[in-house]
Design a protein around this ligand. Sequence first.
Ligand SMILES: [Zn+2]
Length: 98
Amino acid sequence: MLDQGEWTAGEISRAVHIPQKEVYAHLGHIMKSLRGDFRMVPAECLACGFKFSKRKSVQSPSRCPLCKNEHIKDPAYFRRATGTGKKEQADRESGETQ
Ligand SMILES: [Zn+2]
């Protein structure tokens, strides 16, 4: 489902009917398996606009480190589109030589 746009943990939770806590656990696994293809839109403080861009965890931060505000926009997750197609091309080439 991450192939289809950006999802927050709350949206995934509602879509697949599992608790948000479990969504985070799944996202942790997905992040490991997709590696570089897993992308995260950083969480953002709604009060001062601070972006949690260096945050590695998939979980939404509870409060802003700058202004201590707890109104945080949840991070969203998506899978990077494989635009280059390099791997597919390599697979095809190796197939032809055999
Ligand atoms: Zn803030």
